[in-house]
Design a protein around this ligand. Structure first.
Ligand SMILES: [Ca+2]
Length: 319
């Protein structure tokens, strides 16, 4: 049976990589892609999804515009990493127009699709969690109608990539991350920032991957040139000395887990939440290692994976 995925993105370069992985997987049916601000403005993230679908000849997948700002406060700028437009600021004169977007709002689409296929749909959330939080506010029963949720975000060792202790997706909208971690009671799998950094691919793999002679690989090489340069220079300081060794496509880890149940080889089953008030820690994922919160719904926090499987899934994505 195919895995039915509804993908929520803030389409930067690694979101594009994750979407292309899902499209290439014969075991996946994508029922829609919902968009959120994050790596760029909402308008850009919507356009980026359409550009990815265009290069994959999959424009029939419906794309829904969602939240343009977090629940509280203003957007966090992520433009330094994926370029101002979210996909490396390369010209794309053939980009599809925004008229191809669905008229339905992303939050309404999430609720409708979950109602149409109760117990079957897995949400893959690889941007700020604003759309997911608004959806559960509109229908508190939503988590019961989902099969599972896969999230890229948060952290386990207070090693921030955006603030001292905070990971980008959670820091963008701490309230939304808090709502999702506390109210999505369906099986929830999290690929944290530290987890993705601890299982990097090699730069040799990256070059072999983007140098495949295909339309998709040429597109990927073009859009990832900006973030490649960034992660090999300035961005090295995002990670810290001991983890500066490779190519990390953060969102692809969450997607690989949703696509292939054998990808994750180790998880910790723990309660998690998000700090909302700390002056240094707002947006940090809090891991309740000793179960003091006594949370009924525990989360599967990924701690190890099959990197060979990830490479195979990513290679297939650009064929
Ligand atoms: Ca993302």
């Amino acid at each position: 049976m195919k895995k039915i995925l509804l993908i929520d993105v803030d389409c930067g370069v690694d979101d594009a990589q994750a979407i292309m992985m899902a499209i290439a997987s014969p075991s996946v049916e994508i029922v829609g892609i919902t968009c959120c601000y994050g790596n760029s403005l909402l308008e850009n993230t919507c356009r980026n999804v359409l550009r990815v679908l265009h290069v994959c000849d999959k424009l029939e997948i419906p794309v829904y515009p969602g939240a343009s700002a977090p629940i509280l406060g203003g957007p966090v700028s992520g433009a330094f990493y994926h370029g101002k437009d979210g996909l490396g600021d390369v010209p794309d004169p053939g980009a599809p127009g925004l008229d191809l977007l669905q008229k339905e709002h992303a939050v309404l689409a999430i609720l409708r699709i979950a109602n149409e296929r109760p117990g079957q749909v897995s949400l893959v959330a690889i941007g700020p969690l604003t759309n997911l939080a608004l959806a559960v506010r509109m229908d508190p029963e939503l988590p019961k109608k989902l099969k599972s949720v896969f999230i890229m975000g948060g952290n386990t060792e207070s090693r921030g990539n955006t603030t001292v202790c905070g990971e980008f997706n959670f820091v963008c909208d701490p309230e939304a991350a808090y709502i999702v971690l506390n109210e999505y009671t369906c099986p929830t799998y999290i690929a944290t920032w530290e987890f993705t950094c601890s299982c990097p691919l090699t730069w040799e793999f990256y070059h072999e991957w983007v140098d495949q002679n295909t339309k998709k690989a040429r597109f990927m090489k073009k859009i990832s040139a900006h973030s490649l340069e960034f992660s090999q220079t300035l961005g090295r300081d995002l990670i810290g000395e001991e983890w500066r060794s490779g190519f990390v496509s953060c969102d692809s880890y969450a997607m690989a887990a949703a696509t292939d149940e054998n990808f994750i080889t180790e998880v910790k089953v723990v309660g998690v939440s998000v700090e909302l008030q700390g002056s240094l820690t707002r947006g940090m994922m809090v891991v309740d290692w000793t179960d003091k919160l006594k949370k009924a719904n525990k989360t599967f926090v990924m701690t190890n994976c099959d990197v060979g499987k990830l490479q195979a899934l990513m290679m297939a994505a650009l064929k």
